[in-house]
Design a protein around this ligand. Structure first.
Ligand code: P71
Length: 459
């Protein structure tokens, strides 16, 4: 096999942030004190932070310069108009509502569109999205293709909607009880897997026939556009910008967490085509976020996001970004470490059921593995399995098919030797994985439990 490779970054370093690796003894103490939950570790105890790509990207000199152009007027800031115009131009929606981050936009759209007893289909759940749907009386229905739940399937668009599942839901509950379908582009919990343009088009047709809106979760839409360019016939010669515009043309609106593909540390928005939805959302935004010309962001935050939105559609940037993620995946695959394939856009997902086959899902294999990786290397990762999936209405655990640990790569932050540290440690750990025992809950909050739950080692 040829040595894994990826292109050199299309940027150079201007500022550095020092970091340090604590000793193994210190790491053992830190994870125990954090209740074996990587969310509860202190940043200073972490060496290479692959917890998330959310809000952890490095901004460019252009973005930092933009911060100095912050117009902090309470209302009608210049930066707001720049942001609004940029979203309108790049995404093609007429109306934009700023929010402090993605879940702020999810709150608005869920409150505006969902009534008690409604169904909201989607291509696999995301934690905050599903929570907002449920808080507004809706029920989330998973209509992703089966391949999306299969870590080994080599389907190139594992995020696709299964049109038959979607049609069956429409038939069973009636289109009048489905206000919208929520499409993640890409699908985070499936492993950062993309949706094809063809599938987006078909979902749009079926939805329009049934008077159901299509709302994207656009959080990682640039990465989705890149996969379409790489993998879908007819798109190889199109620009990322053109592909993005076409993707968005099949939706009625989108929510956005600016903390990912907009290359900023904080921010988000809701964008829609329909004036009524926009008006209702602007009535709510003042209650939850701030005025409709800042939505919880400072003027400087909006400027950085406007600039980040434009930088993100640069092919060299996104090519390097996705190939860097793939490199980590290839290093692990070379040593037969079980991961979700194909590797997605933002992260490598370890298959914890296969990594720790001697553990039952109740023994929390992914939570366990994330804690072990930290002790082994100082690398912080995130559980995406039974702990993240929470409990069903009857109080029992949800048992997701995918029990994964996510190694998430921040944008423009780490270099190849950092990825090699993570890969080497995980390869070593895999060689001795049978010695690893599981975890049990000792504290479990009722909502979004993974953030603050605490655990103890099973003997
Ligand atoms: C990620 C995050 C941040 C996060 C959120 C919840 C639990 C753990 C970590 C946030 C997303 C996302 C998608 C597809 C909406 C949000 C919410 N992801 N949709 O992956 O990935 O956005 O954080 O800006 O509110 O680490 P927000």
């Amino acid at each position: 096999m040829s040595k894994p490779e990826y292109p050199p970054p299309p940027y150079r370093v201007k500022t550095v942030e020092m970091m340090e690796r604590k000793s193994r003894e210190e790491r053992q103490k830190a994870i125990k004190e954090a209740g074996y939950n990587t969310f509860l570790l202190d940043s200073e105890d972490v060496y290479i932070d692959l917890l998330t790509d959310s809000g952890t990207s490095a901004m460019s000199d252009e973005q930092w310069a933009g911060l100095m152009k912050g117009d902090e007027a309470y209302a009608g800031s210049d930066n707001w108009y720049n942001l609004e115009n940029t979203v309108q131009k790049l995404y093609g929606f007429d109306y934009v509502v700023p929010t402090h981050q993605g879940r702020g936009a999810e709150n608005l759209i869920s409150q505006v569109l969902i009534s008690e007893g409604d169904y909201v289909p989607g291509n696999m759940y995301f934690t905050t999205t599903r929570t907002h749907i449920e808080l507004n009386g809706g029920e989330f229905v998973d209509v992703i293709i089966d391949e999306g739940h299969n870590p080994q399937s080599s389907h190139e668009f594992k995020g696709n909607v299964d049109l038959e599942k979607y049609e069956e839901l429409i038939r069973n509950v009636g289109p009048e009880n489905i206000p919208y379908i929520n499409i993640g582009v890409t699908v985070n919990m499936a492993g950062g897997q993309p949706v094809s343009m063809n599938n987006l088009k078909k979902v749009s047709e079926l939805s329009r026939e049934n008077d159901i809106k299509v709302i994207y979760d656009a959080t990682r839409c640039v990465e989705n556009a890149y996969f379409i360019k790489e993998r879908e016939e007819g798109y190889e010669d199109k620009t990322i910008k053109e592909i993005l515009r076409e993707m968005m043309s099949y939706a009625d609106g989108c929510t956005m967490s600016g903390k990912k593909d907009c290359l900023v540390n904080i921010g988000g928005f809701l964008a829609v085509d329909d004036e009524d939805t926009y008006r209702e959302a602007t009535q709510l935004v003042v209650v939850y976020e701030g005025m409709s010309t800042y939505g919880g962001m400072a003027g400087r935050d909006m400027e950085a996001m406007a600039r980040g939105l434009r930088e993100a559609v640069n092919y060299d940037y996104v090519n390097h970004r996705v190939k860097q993620v793939e490199y980590l995946g290839e290093r692990l695959l070379e040593e037969d470490v079980p991961i979700i394939t194909p590797v997605g856009g933002h992260a490598v997902f370890l298959d914890a059921k296969k990594f720790l086959p001697h553990l039952q899902q109740d023994e929390l294999p992914a939570q366990t593995l994330a804690a072990e990786i930290y002790v082994e290397s100082g690398v912080r990762s995130m559980e995406r399995g039974i702990v993240s999936a929470g409990r069903a209405e009857d109080g029992s655990h949800n048992y997701p098919e995918l029990e994964t640990v996510r190694l998430t790569i921040p944008r423009r932050v780490y270099t190849r030797p950092h990825l090699d540290v993570a890969a080497d440690a995980i390869i070593d750990l895999y060689a001795e994985s049978e010695d690893i025992s599981g975890l049990k809950f000792v504290y479990e909050p009722p909502v979004l439990r993974f953030f603050t739950a605490r655990f103890e080692k099973l003997d």
